[in-house]
Design a protein around this ligand. Structure first.
Ligand SMILES: Cc1ncc(COP(=O)(O)O)c(C=O)c1O
Length: 476
């Protein structure tokens, strides 16, 4: 967390930071907190500031102190985290805020950045099941290799050379069970507790949870419609020496922004200069509504500092869980060990099914139709909210609108009210490594059908109007 040195709220910032981590359930009852010295170093503040924050937490009985030993989590202050105190849990319990929201049973799911299953090539896959068993009768009788099916990796390497001029060979690709697994493997393989990681602000919420669970100190990098402030990125690289920068530069989740080519080139140089890995997560590359986006940043990597993740689970078949990771040696060797410890390889049947679909003419036709259908849904969503006073930058690809509500509206309050009307969306704070951005929301237009999109969005505006009016009354 970068704390502003000149801020006279420094003490409050440190205090809030610790409270946030307690509320996120990062420590169990009676677990020891970082020492004053460690936390001061991590946050780059004076030890007295941390000491004062711990003192206040002690007065509020959020923590208790043991003589000469340090500060510990008070058991009475883990509201909502009772499970953490169950004795068989010997390590920190992981949370996924996004998945908690997805689990809320509602009719109008604007929280799921998934594609409506009716828009996916389900029937074609039914054909491929028979074909795959005819071609590979023992497909269920064997493991895949850890790295992934050789035939699929050859086909993907060829495709990437042709389509994006990404010069990779099959040995530089690994097949994973979705991008989510890839992020998790990268985090386990390359990040140690207390390492620094740069992440966009906002970013993909589950990635925050993954790196945080690994014990990383997260430094946010604002992403804007034109990309990043690269001077700031360089300063962060110089000052914090991060292990990696996790980024989603193409139709970014949640904002939809795309980082321009010049910045991609410069980032590849900075990565090499400061020896900071760039983890480029690129699940929406093919979902564009006009021009194709710039080539992946991986193309400009000459030093072997970029790890490129390309998921196909979103727009081909989420059920197959197929993504690929491209990187050079020696990173590949390290990732392979992590993958083998995780699951010994992605199921072979899924890879073969994917391969035959991927090589077919049908895939390109499917993508063309899908782009049109998603663009229509995006426009429908925008039409319903155009008169609300909400602000957003219309995305040129991807699955989400990133919407700014008036400052006095809390997305969390709006969400609780919306769930009562069977509507869900993602509140901005869970996409923010600093857990702020509370007047922002992410609305996905990709998952519900057009009729539900209109109904649900009108209801959401209705809920908003009632919350807004109540808010106004209580403010006056
Ligand atoms: C930026 C980003 N990365 C990774 C994922 C996870 O992808 P997968 O379904 O391939 O695990 C998502 C899913 O929403 C995402 O938006």
């Amino acid at each position: 967390m970068p704390l502003k040195k000149n801020s006279n709220r420094l003490f409050e910032d440190v205090y809030d930071y610790i409270v946030n981590r307690i509320n996120r359930g990062e420590w169990r009852a009676h677990e020891k907190l970082p020492s004053v010295r460690e936390l001061a170093k991590e946050l780059n503040v004076h030890r007295l500031t941390v000491f004062k924050a711990y003192q206040r937490l002690k007065e509020e009985e959020k923590v208790y102190a043991k003589d000469k030993s340090g500060y510990y989590i008070h058991p009475g202050n883990l509201e909502g985290f009772e499970h953490i105190q169950f004795p068989i849990f010997t390590s920190r319990v992981q949370r996924s805020y996004l998945s908690e929201i997805h689990q809320i049973p509602v009719t109008y799911q604007f929280s799921q950045a998934l594609i409506d299953p009716n828009l996916l090539p389900n029937h074609y896959f039914a054909d491929y099941i028979k074909k795959v068993f005819d071609l590979y009768p023992k497909v269920l009788g064997t493991y895949s290799t850890v790295q992934g099916d050789g035939e699929l990796r050859e086909a993907l390497a060829h495709y990437f050379r042709k389509r994006h001029q990404l010069y990779v060979n099959a040995n530089e690709l690994i097949i994973t069970s979705g991008a989510q697994q890839a992020i998790n493997l990268i985090s386990q393989a390359f990040v140690k507790p207390r390492d620094t990681v740069l992440m966009e602000r906002p970013t993909y919420s589950a990635a925050i949870d993954i790196f945080r669970h690994q014990g990383a100190t997260i430094i946010p990098v604002d992403i804007l419609p034109y990309g990043y402030d690269l001077e700031q990125v360089e300063k962060n690289m110089k000052q914090y020496k991060p292990r990696l920068f996790y980024l989603n530069p193409t139709f970014h989740n949640p904002t939809g922004y795309t980082v321009p080519t010049e910045q991609r080139k410069r980032l590849a140089e900075l990565a090499e200069q400061y020896q900071c890995l760039l983890v480029e997560d690129d699940p929406f590359h093919d979902i564009y509504f006009g021009h194709e986006p710039p080539a992946p940043l991986f193309r400009y990597d000459t030093g072997g500092y970029v790890i490129y993740i390309r998921s196909y689970s979103k727009y081909i078949a989420p059920g197959l869980r197929i993504a690929l990771v491209a990187c050079r040696q020696p990173l590949m060797k390290i990732l392979l060990t992590a993958k083998s410890l995780s699951d010994n390889g992605t199921p072979l049947l899924n890879q073969k099914m994917f391969l035959h679909y991927f090589l077919s003419e049908r895939m390109q036709q499917h993508l063309e139709k899908l782009r049109i259908a998603l663009n229509i849904r995006k426009e429908i969503m925008e039409e319903v909210i155009v008169s609300t006073g909400w602000e957003w930058t219309s995305p040129k690809g991807g699955l989400n609108l990133w919407v700014k509500l008036p400052e006095e509206i809390s997305a969390q309050t709006l969400l609780s009210n919306s769930v009562e009307r069977s509507i869900s969306f993602v509140p901005g704070n869970i996409c923010d490594p600093l857990n702020e951005l509370d007047s922002w929301i992410r609305l996905s237009y990709s998952f519900v059908n057009e009729r539900q999109l209109i109904e649900g969005m009108k209801d959401l505006v209705d809920v908003y109007n009632s919350v807004y009016l109540i808010g106004k009354v209580s403010l006056t």
